[in-house]
Write a protein that binds this ligand. Structure first.
Ligand SMILES: C[S@@+](CC[C@H](N)C(=O)[O-])C[C@H]1O[C@@H](n2cnc3c(N)ncnc32)[C@H](O)[C@@H]1O
Length: 207
């Protein structure tokens, strides 16, 4: 409950970067972290935009010997919560406080889990971040993120022409990524609002 209150407070002060009024559900956390948890061997994981750590907890609980986990969060209050309540104190889990656009991380990840509110970002920002995340994957690695069901239709219905155009560009970009990267989607109804967990896998031949 304290995490939910903290989340709402951060949304009210940083709407455009937090992008949601409440943390995701455990059901969405299970769906979005599935590819990361399913890899075998010594795994390298990245999570971007963990907020209060709903997805992070699933990954921390699934960590085994030899795994490495980088976590990138922009919001200072969320970083404090993550340090205090979610992340273990060891060298295998590293919290990078700041934007994913500036994070010094080396890449070659088996799985990336991303909780960023893409639909709330300007299209050039969301595209450049998504491209960077794809580059940070190793061949065969999976990028997982979520989209609220019908969010683009709802925003388009009540928005200006420029926002409508941005929503369309964004939808086209995501559809192309899903086509190029063996995209698959799972609808999670037990989330407020219901959301799609989207998974993209990088082919060996991907530049
Ligand atoms: C919609 S919330 C999702 C939080 C959590 N993953 C969940 O599903 O409950 C988006 C999160 O992304 C973070 N964020 C936004 N822009 C970011 C950026 N450029 N780099 C890293 N984190 C960012 C916000 O601070 C916030 O914690």
């Amino acid at each position: 409950m304290a995490h939910r209150r903290g989340f709402l407070r951060e949304f009210l002060t940083n709407r455009s970067t937090v992008g949601a009024i409440a943390p995701s559900s455990k059901g969405l956390a299970k769906a979005i972290t599935k590819p990361a948890r399913s890899c075998v061997g010594a795994r390298r994981w990245l999570e971007v935009g963990p907020g209060t750590g709903v997805f992070t907890r699933e990954l921390v609980d699934a960590m085994g010997e030899g795994d490495h986990f980088d976590v990138v969060e922009l919001n200072a209050a969320f970083c404090k919560t993550l340090r205090a309540d979610v992340l273990p104190q060891n060298d295998h889990v590293v919290l990078h406080e700041g934007s994913i656009e500036d994070a010094s991380i080396s890449g070659n990840y088996h799985a990336i889990v991303c909780g960023l509110p893409y639909n709330a970002f300007p299209t050039n920002v969301s595209r450049s971040i998504l491209r960077r995340l794809v580059q940070l994957l190793r061949p065969g690695g999976t990028l997982s993120f979520f989209e609220y069901a019908a969010i683009r239709h709802m925003r388009s219905a009540v928005s200006s022409k420029s926002v409508k155009r941005a929503m369309l560009w964004h939808a086209t970009f995501i559809a192309r990524l899903e086509q190029d990267m063996r995209g698959r989607r799972e609808l999670v109804m037990m989330n407020m609002p219901p959301a799609w967990a989207v998974h993209l896998t990088k082919e060996d031949a991907q530049p």
